[in-house]
Every structure is written in structure tokens, then in C-alpha cells.
Design a binder for this molecule. Structure first.
Ligand code: MSP
Length: 506
């Protein structure tokens, strides 16, 4: 393939630790990045932290910390370390307090200022620090922020404004001409109607806030945190500091975001880029929200689940599987540890783990642990499966991609039950050899399909099939032909892929 592929997650506020909701976005991005690397694309996957937010400052002060930068350094390191510990394969981690980011933001402000899209005005309005967003009176629910249900602050400041409304028609035209710009389609309509009916110019500076990037032409004010934060997508690939790098990677291929921040990404952000004369990202995909046991996750309720605790208990691959399998990507869903355990023992343990165990045990028993020499006959079926898998992955339909894999596993288990290899071993060794070769080879393909979805499991499978070394470093195109298992090669049956959970009955 060798195309470039640049993918981002939102940059997260550091006023708290990562929870399962943040993990969801980050895991999904990791799946996409791994998939593109395996296709042979030049891939860049960037995540990071959004640090110039008032709520970070408030959290530091509440914690008795007056050295704000030290607080941000510590909290941001925790996000980065968490993602590393959980096997997230990001290529870069951008922080909005870094110099490279500030330089890019200043360059951008100056460009937009120079072409007349920034003007000074008086702002009087309602502000929620939780959202870092302005509200109108009729957005409020019982006089409070509709998301956080907290009181909003009445602000009256002299601010700099961005001529967002000027880009209304151009935005609508872009949305209509590029259906892939906002995905899924249901979100497109939501954004379109906002741009069409409600979008107004926005205040992009704060006079009373002390933490943030100073406005270049008015250093007493700081730049509004969203205007600053969105620019991370460009400053992370050299905007303002490395022109060659920027030319290589921009525009982004996919911004992955939660549905909560779609308007910022599909209205404000493209308008900012239009104003600066820069290309727009090719696609913004907004996924749904997870609740926990039916309840919204929140710091105050204390029900936010720490991904590290969960990974220590179940392994990261089981969590990845759960997140991708529980809800079709784009929809909303619920996280429950009980259902995670069910999926672990059911689909992972009984279907996939058990299948691997059966096929390897029979190879040991009937063929002395060697792959039978037999080209087999599965080429057409596996080619169909790859086609369905590829389409699902290209569409970010991870649910469907997982289903392709599980479908193969279920069919194989069914075949073992009906063909009864233990009887064939007494009557027809040739047929048994054909069946075993095909199953070993199918498992190799399953492992390859699992590489982006459940990378540790995929590697374990390839190791047990005895082809880890041979298959490592290959792209999909090199690995997905039929016949990768070499007749006569030795398998290495190891530990179960999904050992029984503590407290689970044998
Ligand atoms: N800092 C801004 C984003 C700036 S991007 C230029 C921000 N940060 S955040 O820390 O609040 O993270 C929001 C993102 O985290 C959501 O868009 C979503 O991707 C993810 N999620 C947070 N809670 C979530 C759930 N409960 N469920 C699914 N995703 C969740 O907004």
C-alpha cells in the first residue's frame, strides 16, 4: 500500500486519571493504527494531553499545589505512562504546554489575525469550566450546565472573537460534498443542523484567566483553550516548527473523538483551518459513550474504572475485546465487569482459547506435534473472510471485524464436533491430515486478523503455531495468502490463551 496515514485521539484533560471511557477512544485509535501499519501504510498515531484548561488549574489548586506546571508535568506523565503500560502504540505524545505547540499556536493566531478573522468585542455570557464552553440561556437545564449540572459562571470580558459564522456556507458545502468528513452519518446531521441554524462567532480569548498561551497581539489575555487545543493536531506534526514534517503528514486522515466534542471538531476546527487556508482533516469519527453499570461515569460518583486495575485482573486483550465487541462502533453502551467476565469465559475462553487448545492438542496427538504435509483446501473461504474483515476495518466497524474472526472460530469448533477427528484417526488419516492442516492454517489467519484487535493474543497464537518468527515483520499482503503453515514444521503448544479466572468453576 505505502500510503501515509495520520490518526489522532482527543488530547485529554489532566485534572484526573484516565478511565475506561478515555481508554475506549485510545484503544480504538490503537486498533486503527496497528491495522494501517500491517497494511504497510506509513502510519503516525498521536495522542496527548490538553493542559491549558482552567479545570486543570483548579484541580491543582484544590490539591494544594501552587506550582501548576509541576502538577501538569506529573499528571501528564501519568497519562502517558498509563497508555504505554497498556500497550498503546502511539508514535508521539503532544502536550499543549510544550514549546513546539506554543510556537504553532502563535503562528496560527497571527495568520488568522492577519486576514481579518479575529476582532475585538465585549463578551457577556455563561461559561461552564467543566466543558470549557459558552452556553446560551436556553441551553441550560434548570439554570445549570446541561452536561455537568453545575452552576455556570456569568462572564463579562473584553475578548477576541473568531469570525466563525463567516464560514457557515463553506462548511455546509464541505459537509455535503464529503460524506466521509463526519462519521457516522447520524452525527453528520446533528452537526449540519447546528452549523446551519445556530453557529455564531466565538470568543477565542479570556481576559481574566491567567493560565494558557498569551494572545500574541494582546499578551494580557490568554487564548481560549479549545482554540489552542485543536491546534495540537497540527503542532504535533511540525506546524510552526518543522515545515517538511508538516507537509508530509498534514492533513490528518482520521480524528477519532467522542460524540461529546463533535461540534468543536466539525464546525470550529474546519472553520479555523479554512481561515488559515489549510487543508481540512479527511474524516472525523465520533464514537459513543460508555456508562458503568448503567450510570454515567463521574469523579463525584467515584464509579470511574481505572484501566490499569482492570488490565491487571483480565489482561489488556480481554478488555480490548470487550470494548470492541460490546457495542457497534459509533453507538452507546454500558460497561460492566460481570459482562466482561462472561465474554472472557465465553467467547474468549470457550470459543477461541478452547479451539486453539483442541487443534494444537490433536496435532500433538495424531501428528507428533508436526504440521501435516498437506496443502489443504481453505483458500477460497479464507479469501472471503479477509474481504469481509478488510471492509469492516476500513469502515471502522470493529464489531463486524470481530464477528468475522469469531465466525471462523465457531465454524471450526462446529467442524471438529461433526467430523470427530478422534474417529478419523482410526479410519482415515489422510482426511484427518487435510482437516488438521486446514485448521492450523485457519488459526494462523485468525491470529493475523487479531493482530490489531488483540495484539498479545495474536502473538501468542503465532508462537504456539510455530510461525511467529517466520510471520513477523510481514504486511497483510505478504501474510494472508493460503499455505503459510509449512508442512513438517513443529508447533509449540503452550499455556491456554485465556486461563480460567479465579473463582471460576473448572
Ligand atoms: N481536552 C478535550 C479534548 C480536546 S481535543 C482537541 C476533552 N478532554 S477529555 O479528557 O474530557 O476527554 C474527552 C474524550 O474522552 C471524549 O471525547 C471521548 O473520546 C473520551 N471519553 C470520556 N468519557 C467517555 C465515556 N464515558 N465513554 C466513551 N468515551 C469517553 O474533551
Amino acid at each position: 500500500m505505502d500510503e501515509k496515514f495520520y490518526l489522532t485521539t482527543p488530547i485529554y484533560y489532566v485534572n484526573d486519571k484516565p478511565h475506561i471511557g478515555h481508554l475506549y477512544t485510545t484503544v480504538a485509535a490503537d486498533v486503527i493504527a496497528r491495522y494501517h501499519r500491517l497494511r504497510g501504510d506509513r502510519t503516525r498515531f498521536v495522542t496527548g494531553t490538553d493542559e491549558n484548561s482552567q479545570k486543570n488549574v483548579e484541580a491543582a489548586l484544590k490539591n494544594g499545589e501552587t506550582d501548576i506546571q509541576a502538577y501538569l508535568d506529573r499528571m501528564s506523565a501519568n497519562w502517558r505512562d498509563t497508555w504505554s503500560a497498556l500497550g498503546i502504540s502511539f508514535d508521539d505524545f503532544i502536550r499543549t504546554t510544550e514549546d513546539r505547540h506554543k510556537k504553532g499556536v502563535e503562528k496560527f493566531w497571527n495568520a488568522v489575525f492577519a486576514n481579518g478573522d479575529i476582532y475585538q468585542g465585549e463578551y457577556e455570557g455563561l461559561y461552564c469550566t467543566g466543558c470549557e464552553a459558552f452556553y446560551r440561556e436556553n441551553d441550560l437545564v434548570e439554570g445549570r450546565c446541561p452536561i455537568h449540572r453545575k452552576a455556570v459562571a456569568k462572564l463579562k470580558e473584553k475578548n477576541w472573537f473568531f469570525r466563525l459564522k463567516k464560514y457557515r456556507d463553506a462548511l455546509l458545502a464541505h459537509i455535503d460534498a464529503h460524506p466521509e468528513f463526519i462519521r457516522p452519518a447520524s452525527r453528520r446531521n446533528e452537526v449540519r443542523s447546528y452549523v446551519d441554524k445556530f453557529m455564531e462567532d466565538v470568543s477565542i480569548s479570556r481576559e481574566t484567566v491567567r493560565w494558557g498561551i498569551p494572545v500574541p497581539n494582546d499578551p494580557k489575555s490568554v487564548i481560549y483553550v479549545w482554540f489552542d487545543a485543536l491546534l495540537n493536531y497540527m503542532t504535533a506534526v511540525g506546524y510552526g516548527t518543522d515545515d517538511a514534517m508538516f507537509a508530509e503528514w498534514w492533513p490528518a486522515d482520521v480524528h477519532l473523538v467522542g460524540k461529546d466534542i463533535i461540534k468543536f471538531h466539525c464546525a470550529l476546527w474546519p472553520a479555523m483551518l479554512m481561515s488559515a487556508g489549510l487543508p481540512l482533516p479527511k474524516s472525523v469519527f465520533a464514537h459513543g459513550y460508555f456508562t458503568v453499570d448503567g450510570v454515567k461515569m463521574s469523579k463525584s460518583l467515584g464509579n470511574a474504572i481505572d484501566p490499569k486495575d482492570l488490565a491487571a485482573k483480565y489482561g489488556m486483550d480481554a478488555i480490548r475485546f470487550f470494548l470492541l465487541r460490546e457495542i457497534p462502533f459509533g453507538g452507546d453502551g454500558d460497561f460492566s465487569e460481570e459482562r466482561l467476565r462472561q465474554r472472557y469465559s465465553g467467547e474468549l475462553g470457550n470459543t477461541l482459547g478452547n479451539l486453539m487448545h483442541r487443534v494444537l492438542s490433536m496435532t500433538d496427538r495424531y501428528f507428533g506435534g508436526r504440521v501435516p504435509v498437506n496443502a489443504g483446501d481453505g483458500a477460497a473461504t479464507i479469501a472471503d473472510a479477509w474481504q469481509a474483515y478488510g471492509k469492516a476495518m476500513d469502515d471502522l466497524d470493529f464489531f463486524a471485524a470481530v464477528e468475522v474472526v469469531m465466525g471462523i472460530a465457531r465454524a471450526m469448533n462446529g467442524e471438529i464436533d461433526s467430523q470427530k477427528p478422534w474417529e478419523l484417526a482410526k479410519t482415515d488419516m489422510d482426511r484427518l491430515a487435510t482437516l488438521m492442516y486446514r485448521h492450523l492454517e485457519q488459526l494462523r489467519h485468525v491470529a493475523w486478523m487479531l493482530k490489531p484487535l488483540m495484539p498479545e493474543t495474536a502473538e501468542k497464537m503465532l508462537a504456539q503455531l510455530g510461525v511467529a518468527e517466520k510471520d513477523s515483520g510481514k504486511t497483510y499482503d505478504q501474510a494472508k495468502g493460503w499455505g503459510g503453515m509449512a508442512g513438517g514444521a513443529t508447533i509449540a503448544k503452550g499455556q491456554p490463551l485465556f486461563p480460567r479466572l479465579e473463582g471460576e468453576k473448572a
